[in-house]
Design a binder for this molecule. Structure first.
Ligand SMILES: C[S@@+](CC[C@H](N)C(=O)[O-])C[C@H]1O[C@@H](n2cnc3c(N)ncnc32)[C@H](O)[C@@H]1O
Length: 443
């Protein structure tokens, strides 16, 4: 389910703000008139921006390209004349042609998936353990599975003589790892079609691809931090996960994209003139123009968001990124997660820089004369760590240097109420979300 009341959830997102949208909205409403714009400067999946956009103009910004694509699709006006069947038909033509290049691998995979039903797991394990196809092709012995090795051989000569399939990054890097090869080839075909599609539908189609990739990915939490490993440390196959492996890798991505196209297409036209920006918050804040309030939901963990969404970033950028390699016992391997070398490392998540970065955030927002509402994210059950690098007291001190009238609002049991000091520490130690409000910028 992607809709919750008036909310829109384009991708599976860690630390999603779905449950506290209404509290964020009323806190923002208390700070400025209805016709004034709000800037959501760490907009991520766009869920908060979208919700706030029903009542006031929004400027959504983030450093990641996938966020820009999604925000453009959900916040800017769009054409309603899209022929969904026509789009899928056109993609299918490209897909059929692409598939021919991978025929034996696709057949091997089909067989491996159907064998799961007979409790035969060796072939699917070989696929899941191979790593990026691009590495297997350039290495001589990518797998001990003879049939699979033969299938890979089929594309090797083509690949080596014609060079890297530059338009097949998703298949070459993430096929077999995060998606089935078949699904990955379909995503690459969509991205190829994106180059021809009428400009009017470009963002909605691109966002629908991102949403679908987030739906089908074969990982435990629907993020891209770590592919599923099919064996325990002692080599025994994890039979309990095989049902999920089968389900995720058998999902018909064409149908899922079709459904997402409808969801994006059925959105009401935006009520206000919204804007979408991309960039580091330091250079984005001076570009915000006249706004009534800044909403800021920066990362709090040392686990960088780019680690969870790097595959979406490649789908959004449509490039063939460099993947860092490490050498283990003389064997050169890509990182298991197949992360991009250039993935963004936010200074909010670096212990030595975090406090200073928050200070810069408050100083910049105060500098443009805007009140600020900052989400203080609690202990994250999803990440299974206690990741707060800065304490709530440090945040309040930092905010108070640049704002007078600083308050903390709980989104948990004390919902909507302003907290006194002891309530504050009680709240900050459980998993309640907090909003730190700096009302009056100091001149
Ligand atoms: C906690 S998430 C935001 C989630 C968002 N509120 C939502 O509901 O989807 C933090 C976001 O900050 C972005 N980010 C991290 N460092 C940044 C920086 N220096 N400038 C701009 N954006 C940054 C990340 O890409 C990520 O999308």
């Amino acid at each position: 389910m992607h809709m919750l009341g008036n909310s829109f959830r384009p991708i599976h997102y860690l630390g999603s703000k779905l449950r506290i949208l209404e509290i964020i909205k009323s806190t923002v409403d208390d700070l400025c008139d209805e016709n004034m714009a709000v800037a959501d400067i760490f907009s991520g999946s766009g869920t908060v921006s979208k919700y706030l956009s029903y009542n006031r103009p929004v400027v959504a910004a983030d450093i990641q390209e996938y966020s820009r694509v999604i925000n453009t699709a959900i916040l800017l006006p769009h054409s309603r004349t899209m022929d969904r069947e026509g789009i899928i038909e056109a993609v299918n033509i490209i897909y059929k042609e692409n598939k021919l290049k991978y025929l034996e691998i696709i057949n091997f995979e089909k067989e491996a998936l159907s064998q799961i039903k007979e409790s035969k797991y060796e072939n699917i394990c070989s696929i899941m353990e191979l790593g990026p196809l691009v590495n297997a092709i350039t290495k001589n012995q990518p797998t001990n599975n003879y049939t699979f090795a033969e299938a890979i051989n089929q594309i090797r000569s083509d690949f080596l003589s014609k060079g890297v399939y530059s338009k097949h990054a998703i298949t070459m890097l993430y096929g077999g790892v995060y998606f089935s090869y078949d699904q990955a080839i379909y995503i690459d075909s969509c991205l190829q079609y994106l180059e021809q599609i009428n400009e009017k539908y470009k963002y909605i189609f691109h966002a629908a691809i991102l949403s679908s990739a987030s739906d089908i990915v074969n990982t435990i939490g629907k993020q891209f931090a770590q592919p599923i490993s099919p064996r325990k440390k002692d080599g025994e196959i994890k039979t309990s996960i095989m049902k999920k492996v089968f389900k995720d890798r058998s999902q018909n991505i064409s149908q899922i994209i079709f459904a997402w196209l409808q969801k994006y297409n059925n959105q009401d036209q935006p009520k206000y003139l919204n804007r979408v920006l991309k960039g580091d918050f330091i250079e984005v804040i001076p570009r915000l123009g006249k706004i009534g309030v800044v909403y800021a939901d920066p990362p709090y963990t040392r686990y960088h968001y780019s680690r969870y969404y790097h595959v979406l970033e490649t789908i959004a950028l449509r490039d063939f990124p460099e993947i860092p390699k490490s050498s283990l016992n003389g064997e050169v391997k890509s990182s298991k997660g197949v992360y991009r070398s250039d993935r963004h490392q936010s200074s909010f998540g670096v212990k030595s820089k975090s406090a200073k970065t928050f200070d810069t955030l408050f100083s910049k927002c105060s500098g443009i004369g805007s009140p600020i509402v900052l989400s203080y994210s609690p202990y994250s059950k999803e990440l299974n760590v206690t990741p707060r690098i800065v304490t709530i007291d440090q945040i309040i001190d930092s905010c108070s240097r640049y704002y007078s009238d600083v308050n903390v609002i709980s989104c948990g049991d004390f919902s909507h109420s302003k907290l006194n000091k002891s309530e504050l520490h009680l709240n900050a130690s459980d998993s309640a979300e907090l909003l730190v409000v700096g009302k009056k910028p100091k001149g």
